[in-house]
Design a protein around this ligand. Sequence first.
Ligand code: BTN
Length: 239
Amino acid sequence: MTTHWLDTIDSTNSEALRRLPELAGGTVLAAREQTAGRGQRGNTWFTEPGKNLTFSIVLKQLSLQAARSVRLNYLTSVAVASFLESHGVKAAIKWPNDIYVEGRKICGMLIENTLGPGGQVMASVIGIGINMNQTAFPQLANATSLALCTGKEYKLEPALEEFLGMFESWLPRLDSEELSAAYSARLFRRGLSALYHDLLTDRQYRGVILGVEPDGRLHIRDEQGKDLFYRFKEVSYIL
Ligand code: BTN
């Protein structure tokens, strides 16, 4: 992978998408400052300049069908969780792809794919924000950083290379059972009784996350023993 550090950019995902035709697969655009970082559901991703990792990985020629694009979420989530674990913190994946430590969000990702005529993923821009050195989050009630968890300060450039090493080591296993198992094993609240909001029926209930299905749906069993399967945006966690 080849990393390019940019001093300031609106969003590394937006920049990667603008330059997609010219960027080779394996290019990583990292920013010291993002002025309009983008998050899930059209949200803004705020981070203090120079404190955190904000970067996008461009992948091409993946031979991945769009229906299996959830594998990229698994890969990225497992790579981030392994990276954090290598720094001594226990990370959990809040389905589908937020990374939590000690019940607080430490990392978010925004994966934007372009599809070819045959329903193949032609290119993927995997945007990742990992909170590294920021210690105050005035806009966010439930955020944390690696520095807050460990009391240490991190150099961003070597940390990114370390992360990319982990990401690359999982890439050949994109379709593997091993990746699914590594993802499932780290699911936030797995096996624990907790509260959920079914957005399809507007019902709040207590249930237990059992795992994910091969197609990426989250499997929750409610207290009556009913098995429920959710796609993205069909269920929310009551925290
Ligand atoms: C989320 O809402 O949890 C997703 C946040 C994704 C943020 C990263 S930071 C690098 C990349 N560039 C962006 O504009 N967004 C992603």
